[in-house]
Design a protein around this ligand. Sequence first.
Ligand code: TPP
Ligand code: MG
Length: 332
Amino acid sequence: MKKISKEVYLKWYEDMLFWRKFEDKLAAVYIQQKVRGFLHLYNGQEAVLAGALHAMDLSKDRMITAYRNHVQPIGMGVDPRKVMAELYGKVTGTSKGMGGSMHIFSKEHRFYGGHGIVGGQIPLGAGLAFADKYFKRDAVTLCYMGDGAVRQGSLHESFNLAMLWNLPVVFVCENNGYAMGTSVARTSHSTEIWKLGLGYEMPCGPVDGMDPVTVAEEMSKAIERARSGGGPTFLEMKTYRYRGHSMSDAQHYRTKEEVEEYKKIDPITQVLDVIKEKKYATEDEIKEIDNRVKNLVKECEKFAEESEYPPANQLYDMVYEQEDYPFIDHKS
Ligand SMILES: Cc1ncc(C[n+]2csc(CCOP(=O)(O)OP(=O)(O)O)c2C)c(N)n1
Ligand SMILES: [Mg+2]
């Protein structure tokens, strides 16, 4: 595994803080109805992404996830201004404003969404890995899903085929405790989700998803296994989301005390504590990072605000079209 140096800690702090503040801004503009539809925030789960990015080879590896998907593409190199513009429905967005919150994509950065059907992305992730194996490309796919997706047939079918075909894929369950308002314990006989891998003889295990170091270590082993022809791995990241499922969630299913308990092990605070303890940065340098983050969030907001909505005839793009269709002159 690449060393976890002072620079890595500082990058983790800046990245995770930016993702958190970027989404805090989204929550604020959502209330002003500038962003419409659903809005599922990653707030609390950032270590799962920070650790994974450290373990990946960003020049070739791929990622696919569900609808809690705003910050992963940013981590993989997509311009955050374009991500915010997509959420605003503007033409400068990653999908020209046609995708919105649940469907951020960037083929160029090997980020494949962005899927609203629970568990729908799991076979797609296995398929990406199948293509890499078929075309003998040296890439690994990270395929994420929530705890609510693991009882879907699509996971079990994909696990079986991924093992059968020895695919270069890492399946990652981000267990944040709840599927909308339903706790894992209400729907699962065994709450140790990682054990689902055992039935397929897939290497598997639980991971502290609030600590980017542990995530990076376990993810590196899994990615290395996949890259060297050792096949799939299933990791259960034990994590937590502080905010509601989406923006309209009264959160009657949990207590404020529970949320506060998890905030004590917040990944950003954990990383900042190490930075301070090991004197990786002075108070002034930390303030500088905080300011950079604040300014970049502002820049994203300004870009999204000032961008145009797509022209109406864009509605006919990116869908099936028949060039000689006689009834609508939609390109004029
Ligand atoms: C096939 C399907 N069934 C139901 C839903 C409605 N639904 C949307 S999100 C969600 C909960 C999923 O929870 P989880 O997988 O734990 O992801 P999290 O929101 O916690 O990230 C449900 C049931 C859906 N989108 N798709
Ligand atoms: Mg969940």
